[in-house]
Design a protein around this ligand. Structure first.
Ligand code: AMP
Ligand code: MG
Length: 351
């Protein structure tokens, strides 16, 4: 299949290009587009045939449900049942934005979207290109991240082209996704709501908004724990570059010491190491392939660059990535969730 690449400026949107891509979507095609979290791979959420194409293009397991994206809050009442007062409040506070709410689904939502579940996940994205596209498509748009399943999520159109060129109808090039990790997913069928996936909106923000929030214990899973996540997608290997990833956790200077020891050990074995460091620690390492992912004092910068950094190591031919852990507060919880999943939970604690 020939993929059309459409370049659109988010600050000066060419509405004819949006209308063209929206028509492709409405008529059953696949369109990759930027959102503020990561790039999404969109299909008409009411058309089973086009939804099937999403699973094929990504190689996504069919039991992993899709998030449905809308541009008008009224659509929530068409697609779901039993919306609580606190869910209304969260939508009003955080939409458009990086929060996905899981509701009881209306029968008009096809089963393939929800992988057979009786619930559906909804989000209104904030990115102007995403909003215009959904508005013009005049249908709800199911959109998982626009990567091949298992790979790091795409935060630029370059990543989408690497993974999906030739497999989708249109890729919109619209700059970098500025948050860089996916949305926070909460189960809004319960009180208090339960965080199923940490993401762009922090648990602290949600607690401030409605007073109470629980977290799916599976999110704190380590190797050997038996929790099964309530969000089907969270059980899969995810976000993984080709290189092996190992997370090193502990006090910053001790972590650096441990990583320097590991660098030597890997070099001796003929394995090429790389270090995922931060602005504050980059100069600590004696290694050719050191990437500073961002500033520890501004963790949003780390979130914004994490997936790109993982892909960059693959381009360098690095075989093992030694990744410094960061604080698990605020957006740090989402960063550590993605980093540990990329590592398949391989973690070394230094004390
Ligand atoms: P992605 O779109 O690839 O970022 O993944 C969407 C995430 O939302 C996955 O982790 C899904 O398991 C989760 N999700 C989507 N729909 C539901 C649902 N109805 N119930 C629970 N989790 C869901
Ligand atoms: Mg994904």
């Amino acid at each position: 299949m020939k993929t059309e690449i459409l370049k659109i400026n988010r600050d000066n949107i060419d509405i004819d290009k949006i209308k063209y891509a929206a028509k492709v979507l409405r008529e059953g095609g696949l369109v990759a587009f930027p959102t503020e979290t990561v790039y999404g791979l969109g299909a008409n959420a009411l058309n089973e045939k086009s939804l099937k194409k999403i699973f094929e293009a990504k190689g996504r397991p069919s039991d992993n449900p899709l998030i449905v994206h809308i541009a008008d809050k009224k659509d929530v009442y068409q697609l779901t049942l039993d919306i609580s007062e606190y869910a209304e409040k969260l939508m009003d506070m955080f939409w458009p934005g990086a929060l996905t709410l899981v509701f009881k689904k209306d029968s008009k939502v096809p089963d393939i979207v929800t992988a057979g579940l009786s619930t559906v996940a909804l989000r209104m994205p904030q990115h102007p290109i995403a909003l215009e596209l959904i508005r013009e498509a005049k249908v709800p748009v199911a959109a998982p991240s626009a990567n091949v399943s298992g790979r790091p999520s795409p935060t630029s159109s370059k990543h989408v082209i690497e993974d999906l060129n030739g497999k989708v109808d249109v890729i919109i090039e619209g700059g970098n996704a500025n948050i860089g990790v996916e949305s926070t997913v909460i189960d809004a069928t319960l009180w208090p709501p339960v965080v199923l996936r940490p993401g762009g909106i922090s648990i602290e923000q949600l607690k401030d908004a409605i007073g109470h929030i629980n977290v799916d214990p599976a999110l704190f899973k380590e190797d050997g724990d038996k929790f099964v996540p309530k969000s089907p997608g969270m059980k899969y290997k995810h976000y993984a570059p080709k290189a092996e990833v190992i997370v090193i956790e502990g006090e910053v200077l001790k972590v650096a010491g441990k990583i320097n020891t590991l660098i030597e050990e890997y070099k001796c074995k003929g394995i090429l190491p790389g270090v995922l460091s931060t602005k504050q620690t980059r100069s600590f390492y004696k290694c050719e392939h050191v990437v500073s992912v961002g500033d520890r004092l501004e963790p949003e910068t780390i979130a914004a660059n994490l997936f790109k950094a993982l892909r960059d190591f693959d381009d360098m031919g690095v075989q093992v990535i030694l990744a410094e852990a960061v604080e698990s507060t605020g957006i740090g919880l989402a960063i550590m969730n993605r980093m540990k999943k990329a590592a398949g939970y391989k973690t070394i604690y230094v004390s």
